[in-house]
Design a protein around this ligand. Structure first.
Ligand SMILES: [Zn+2]
Length: 404
C-alpha cells in the first residue's frame, strides 16, 4: 500500500519535471538553411535574435531548425485518436513520444467514425488542451472524413458504414465538442453537398483538404474555387486501378492553387511519384506528413484495430482484407531524410516542407520558422546515413527531449 502511494505521488512529480524541462537562453549550432554557425538567443519562450558566428571549430556540429509540424497523425504508441479508449493520459504519452522524434506541433487526426465517437473523442481532445503543456504542442485537430468517398479503394481503411454525405449542422456539433479546435478537414469533392460544405468551412476559417476521393477535374476545380487549399496524402486514398486520363491525380497536380501533403516513408509512394509531385508543386507547396497510426512505435505483427485486423510491418501498416495500406508508422523526421534522398532537394527545402509550409497552410503565425518573435520551438539534429537524428527538442524555450 505504501509503495503504491509512493508511486502515485512520484509519477505526477516525474511527469511534471519531464514536461516542464529546463529553460534555455541560447543555442549554438549550424543553421539548417545553409549550415553556417549561428547563436540563437531565446527570451520568454520566444526567439529573441539569431546572430551569425565566425567559422570556428568549437561550434557544435549539430543543425538547428524549427521543430517539426505534423498535420496528420492518427495516433502513436498504441494510442488511437479515433479509438474507444482515448484519454488525456494517452494524449500526454503521444505528445512526449513525438517530442523525441522532433515534433513540436501536431494535429491529432480523428478519422471516419460513428457520430457518437467523433463527439466523444473531440471532447476528450478539447479537454487535453486545458493542460498548458499539451496546448503548446497541439494547435488544433484534423478531421479526416466522414465526408469522403464510400467507394472501395478510395475510402482506404475508413469504415464504409460510417461514411456519410457532408452535413454542416452535424459538423458544427463536432466543432463545438472540439472547442472550435478543428483546423483542417479532409473531404471528397464529388459527394453531394460537398461544394457548399467546403465554402462554409472556409468561411469559418477551417482549412479544407481533398482526400479519399474520386473527384473529376470539374469537381476539383469547383472545390478549389470554393476554397479547398490542399490535397491530403496525394497518391494515396486512391484506388489501385484508375483511368489513365480521367483520374483524380492529374487535376490536383495541375492546379497551382492546391498544395499537397505526401507520405514520404518509402512505402506509400514510389520514389518516382515523390519526385514528380515535388517537381510539379515545388518546395513551397509540398507538405510532408507522417499519417502515423496508433500502432506506430510498437512491435511489428498482427493487431486488431477497431473493427479491423491490420498488419504492422517495419515503417508501414497494411489492411490485408482489402489489400490497401492502412497508414504509416514512420516518424516525420524520416520523411525529411527520404525527401532529400528521393528528390535531391536541399536540407533547407526538406525541413521547410515539414515546418514552414504546414504552419503557413494553417495560418499559424508564430511557429515553423526561426525568426525574431516566433516561438522557440526548435530541434537540434545530426544526419546519419541520410537520416535525421534528433539530439534535442525545445518547446516554448524549454528542453522537452535530450538524446542520451
Ligand atoms: Zn487517409
Amino acid at each position: 500500500m505504501k509503495k503504491l502511494l509512493l508511486t502515485i505521488i512520484l509519477i505526477p512529480l516525474l511527469m511534471a519535471e519531464t514536461v516542464t524541462g529546463q529553460p534555455v537562453s541560447s543555442l549554438q549550432g549550424r543553421i539548417y538553411t545553409d549550415g553556417s554557425p549561428v547563436l540563437v538567443r531565446i527570451k520568454n519562450g520566444k526567439i529573441a535574435e539569431t546572430v551569425p558566428l565566425p567559422p570556428d571549430s568549437s561550434i557544435p556540429q549539430v543543425y538547428i531548425a524549427p521543430g517539426l509540424i505534423d498535420i496528420q497523425i492518427n495516433g502513436y504508441m498504441g494510442v488511437d485518436f479515433t479509438g474507444s479508449n482515448l484519454t488525456i493520459e494517452g494524449i500526454i504519452k503521444v505528445t512526449k513520444a513525438l517530442w523525441k522524434e522532433g515534433i513540436t506541433s501536431y494535429l491529432p487526426t480523428v478519422i471516419t467514425g460513428s457520430d457518437e465517437r467523433l463527439k466523444t473523442n473531440f471532447k476528450i481532445l478539447a479537454g487535453a488542451l486545458t493542460d498548458p503543456e499539451l496546448k503548446k504542442s497541439i494547435p488544433g485537430f484534423h478531421l479526416e472524413g466522414p465526408y469522403i468517398s464510400p467507394v472501395k479503394g478510395f475510402r482506404g481503411a475508413h469504415l464504409a458504414k460510417y461514411i456519410r454525405p457532408p452535413d454542416w449542422n452535424e459538423f458544427i456539433q463536432y466543432q463545438k465538442a472540439a472547442g472550435n479546435g478543428i483546423k483542417l478537414i479532409t473531404v471528397a469533392p464529388e459527394i453531394e453537398g460537398a461544394i457548399p460544405f467546403i465554402r462554409k468551412a472556409v468561411e469559418n476559417g477551417i482549412v479544407v483538404s481533398l482526400g479519399h476521393h474520386n473527384g473529376s477535374a470539374k469537381d476539383i476545380e469547383q472545390a478549389v474555387a470554393a476554397g479547398a487549399a490542399l490535397s491530403t496524402h496525394l497518391g494515396n486514398g486512391c484506388a489501385n486501378m484508375i483511368n489513365r486520363h480521367n483520374n483524380p491525380i492529374w487535376p490536383q497536380l495541375s492546379n497551382d492553387r492546391l498544395s499537397v501533403s505526401i507520405i514520404v516513408d518509402g512505402y506509400h509512394l514510389t520514389k518516382e511519384e515523390v519526385r514528380t509531385f515535388y517537381k510539379v508543386k515545388g518546395p513551397g507547396k509540398t507538405i510532408l506528413i507522417s499519417d502515423d497510426l496508433d500502432l506506430a512505435g510498437l512491435k511489428p505483427g498482427e493487431y486488431i484495430r477497431g473493427e479491423r485486423k491490420v498488419l504492422l510491418t517495419p515503417n508501414v501498416i497494411k489492411y490485408p482484407a482489402e489489400n490497401v495500406l492502412a497508414g504509416a508508422a514512420s516518424p516525420l523526421r524520416k520523411d525529411v531524410g527520404n525527401m532529400m534522398r528521393f528528390t535531391q532537394c536541399s536540407l533547407e527545402d526538406a525541413v521547410n516542407m515539414a515546418t514552414r509550409n504546414p504552419a503557413e497552410l494553417l495560418k499559424l503565425k508564430d511557429i515553423g520558422k526561426i525568426q525574431t518573435g516566433y516561438k522557440a520551438n526548435l530541434i537540434l539534429f545530426t544526419i546519419k546515413n541520410g537520416e535525421i537524428i534528433i539530439q534535442k527538442t525545445i518547446v516554448d524555450g524549454k528542453v522537452v527531449y535530450l538524446r542520451k
